[in-house]
Design a binder for this molecule. Sequence first.
Ligand code: SF4
Length: 426
Amino acid sequence: MRKYHIVTFGCQANIADSERVAKILEKLGYAHAGKKEDADILIFNTCSVRQKAEDRVFGLNKKMAQLKAAKPKMKIVLTGCMTHYSEKELRKRLPAIDYFINIKSIKKLPKILKSKLVKHRVLNKNKKHTFSALVPISYGCNNFCSYCIVPYSRGLETSRPAKKIIKEVKSLVSAKGGGVKEIWLLGQTVNSYKSGNINFAKLLKMINNIAGDFWIRFTSPHPKDFLARRSSKQNLGAKAGSDNLIKAMAECKKFAHYVNLPAQSGNNEILKKMNRPYTVRHYKKIIKKLRAAMPDIAISTDVIVGFPGETKKQFQDTIKLFKEIKFDMAFISEYSPRPKTLAAKIYKDNIPPKEKEARKKELNKILIKTALENNKKLVGKTLAVLNNRTAGNKLVKITDKNYNPDEFAKIKITKAGPWRLEGVKI
Ligand code: SF4
């Protein structure tokens, strides 16, 4: 039987895409290969969000050539965000790759393979059950943040019909042999979801009404679609001035109390240069409302340090935001210009790498303190845990031999560190 192996870089959207590619290949009779070396078809699902992510793929050129030398019939495919480069450039820089396929055209994969490879119509019957599933609800993005390549690599936003999403979730949570226990709803700006008269708040409620014992999570929302400003003329997804989404999150019993709300900067001028249409005040208002509605909610954020022209004073505003909000977790990245983006075209990447690194370290120091402070408050509490994660997405070390990570368990928290809790089964 022919085998496939997929190497995935980047975010959960890419992981979901890789799952889609795996399904396509399994329908063609391919079985999963644990190692690259054993694959007849090797897929690299790439990420372009930072230069470093692309460099990792370009750095694999030698390894790819070695794999092909050892197994000349192996086909190597590159998909994902790096297909924003022209095929000519990719062929020059990654000569061992056979096919470059835009993820939007991945449905053509069987056609491409059928013409080149012998098809095996044996379905992989040994598919492992997993406790969690990623469900894309929308693709692409309309926001064109000035630093971001996603609208160029993934195209403009389209929402999947609610009916299809509901059908998929129903089948996932009620699958034979035990359905999944956690559903991640995915979208580049998940809360700008709109299909007919169904917005994200409504969709959340519809999923919450599906029978079964499972958690609902989502990533990533955009602050502008969370709590729309009364004065804004933009279509903000939520009803202007309303906090329908926060209400829905609080009302939905299956919603796991965790949100990653990207702030990107704590300074309004930088937010404007980033083309992020909200203010720090607006961001803080959302957090305040979230915590008022769900006092136990854990909050993380995404931040970019060293955006072109970011002064030390402007960076201090991000420090202030971190100290004020006391995040549980943060994904801090150093700015790197991405081709095609507005920021790369009109701004000079003028913050030295050492300064970017220092700013990242400074934020990390505050984060360690606030995460630890927040986690210490959980010691002595009994929390629901699935796959060693609390509803707030915090990692828990559980030593009990009879702990089954695939099932919900009640865990008493005994110890707290900034990135990990410890607990015992009740
Ligand atoms: S909202 Fe901005 S950062 Fe997020 S995917 Fe869209 S353009 Fe990129």
